[in-house]
Design a protein around this ligand. Structure first.
Ligand code: 5GP
Length: 191
């Protein structure tokens, strides 16, 4: 998605060879117009897939997901991060190791908001090693719902998550694919 790539080039900061900071439009401040374009692009790619629900994870997946949900006319559910490990029978739960925070969270989704008849689009802001997406997919499977695919705003294709998901036959649609990061420089796939 050209507009997103331009925004990353203008405002993204490669903090290291692994981490891209996009706090000015996605992870702290949010650019609503860009989010709307992102939502419409996800909707365009999944328009014929019979999506009934979008599943994301708090907090940075929420903005692009809401815009996609608006464009597709479906509700958006966000998995919540829960510190307590106590089991609750009304929730699906999965463990997710956070790449940026280097900690493991238990994420939960109420059974009321994801059901077996759902066709689910999983959306997240970044795809790195795939832990967040796999945790969400685990929850879709626990609900016995159908996974339509995974929509990612920024995939870092030099990390293993995208390949791992695609090898499992999962459809992954990334709006921008970053092939390499060096301090101060972002290289997109195909450049
Ligand atoms: P994964 O679970 O695929 O390893 O990492 C994805 C999660 O880590 C995303 O939900 C995102 O919040 C965070 N993340 C991973 N890499 C980056 C990055 O380069 N920049 C930012 N801002 N977040 C990242």
């Amino acid at each position: 998605m050209q507009l997103l790539k331009e925004k990353i080039r203008q405002e993204g900061k490669a903090l290291s060879s692994e981490i891209l900071k996009v706090d000015s439009f996605l992870n702290h401040q949010i650019d609503p117009e860009l989010m709307q374009e992102i939502g419409q692009e996800f909707a365009r790619r999944f328009t014929n897939d019979g999506i009934t629900r979008i599943l994301t994870i708090e907090s940075s997946g929420i903005a692009p997901s809401v815009m996609a949900g608006l464009a597709l006319g479906v509700p958006v559910v966000f998995a919540r991060k829960r510190k307590s490990l106590t089991l609750q029978e009304d929730f699906y739960e999965a463990k997710v190791h956070s790449f940026t925070k280097q900690q493991t969270n238990t994420i939960v989704v109420s059974k009321a908001h994801l059901v077996a008849t759902d066709k689910v689009l999983v959306i997240d802001d970044f795809l790195a090693n795939g832990q967040a997406a796999e945790g969400l997919i685990d929850i879709v499977q626990q609900a016995e719902a159908t996974l339509a695919g995974v929509g990612i705003v920024i995939e870092k294709s030099f990390q293993e998550g995208g390949d791992r998901l695609r090898r499992k036959g999962i459809r992954v649609e990334s709006l921008a694919s970053v092939a390499a990061l060096a301090e101060g420089k972002v290289t997109f796939a195909g450049e």
